[in-house]
Design a protein around this ligand. Structure first.
Ligand code: GLV
Ligand code: GLV
Length: 328
């Protein structure tokens, strides 16, 4: 007998992914247009063999317990997996997968756009024109900061951080980076990037951009003290995870001009945004769009579905996060 495994998808993702799941599994896709309420999530995961979830779903011990012993895999539709209690999953022998690689360039593109937008005051300029305030060219209108030739400080030199360094060469930028691990010198040479201690990077960079995962070590990595180390003319850009930056401290830094500006794609308490930030012109805000291109979201759907199906077939899924689960 060949009984198809049961999977639950917490929200509609591109069809290409759903199609793969439907070929191999009895697939239930939530039709709720929003973050699934907790009770619904708990109800729906009962007895499932696999869950395909989003970064907005908190997959903790209770979810795994409620799903029951049939649950073998949790496939996250994201590269970051701080929404999943991986330790608990590992303890239960549940595989966790993510979608690395496919969104690297798309996220670096968005981060670059944020940097350009805040440096050259694109959003303020747009609002200005729409408000009917444009009365012709002016010598001192909306002056900004040159990106070309400036110093880029990259915190977290993984795939996305390195993709930022690659873009920086076209802008003749000096690239410095901080990471828990120094990159091999071959990579440093290729990307013309030099290692700095975090405090050195903060003092030296004109643009500081964050590309570390959210962990207990990176929570509030950038707080009041760090913001005060930055140059008064510098900018902070975050497209990684909100809680890496102390958002209240950042709002104060922007209001009191400790730094010149910031651009944020992620927030500490999504979808909430620190109210002060909404009132300030020296910050650009986007709603977690890092991987949001048509092509990339499709690739992520296929990747997440493929990870899930392979895990349920007893194979090692290509993007397994907790390898400890396969040695059992
Ligand atoms: C998006 O934030 C992701 O982690 O994929
Ligand atoms: C994510 O893809 C990273 O490692 O930067």
């Amino acid at each position: 007998m060949n009984v198809k495994p049961q999977v639950f998808v917490t929200r509609r993702i591109p069809e290409e992914g759903i199609k793969i799941l439907m070929e191999h599994c009895v697939t239930e896709v939530s039709d709720f247009d929003g973050v699934l309420p907790r009770e619904t999530l708990l109800e729906k995961v009962k007895g499932k063999d696999g869950i395909l979830c989003l970064l907005t779903d908190t997959i903790d011990r209770e979810v795994m317990e409620t799903a029951g012993p049939s649950l073998k895999v949790i496939a996250n539709y994201a590269v970051g997996f701080d929404n999943i209690d991986v330790e608990e999953a590992t303890r239960r022998g549940i595989m966790v997968t993510n979608t690395p690689g496919v969104l690297t360039e798309t996220t670096a593109d968005l981060t670059w756009a944020l940097m350009m937008s805040i440096a050259r005051r694109i959003v303020e300029g747009d609002k200005f024109v729409r408000a009917g305030k444009f009365r012709g060219w002016e010598p001192m209108l909306l002056l900004g900061t040159d990106v070309y030739g400036s110093t880029l400080g990259i915190i977290g030199f993984g795939r996305i951080g390195q993709a930022m360094a690659r873009r920086a060469s076209g802008f003749n930028m000096k690239v410095i980076y901080f990471d828990m691990q120094k990159a091999p010198s071959q990579i440093e040479n290729e990307l013309k990037a030099s290692f700095r201690a975090l405090s050195e990077l903060l003092r030296e960079a004109d643009f500081v951009t964050i590309h570390v995962p959210l962990t207990s070590e990176t929570y509030h990595l950038i707080g009041e003290q760090e913001l005060k180390m930055m140059k008064k003319e510098a900018y902070l850009i975050n497209s990684a995870r909100g809680p890496i930056v102390d958002e209240k401290a950042l709002a104060r830094a922007l209001e009191e001009n400790w730094i010149r500006g910031a651009a944020l794609d992620v927030f500490e308490r999504e979808p909430k945004v620190e109210p002060k930030l909404l009132e300030l012109d020296n910050v650009v805000l986007t709603p977690h769009l890092g991987s949001a291109s048509y092509a990339t979201r499709t690739k992520m759907a296929v990747m997440a579905a493929d990870n899930l199906v392979r895990a349920l077939r007893g194979e090692i899924p290509p993007n397994l996060v907790n390898r400890e689960t396969i040695s059992r």
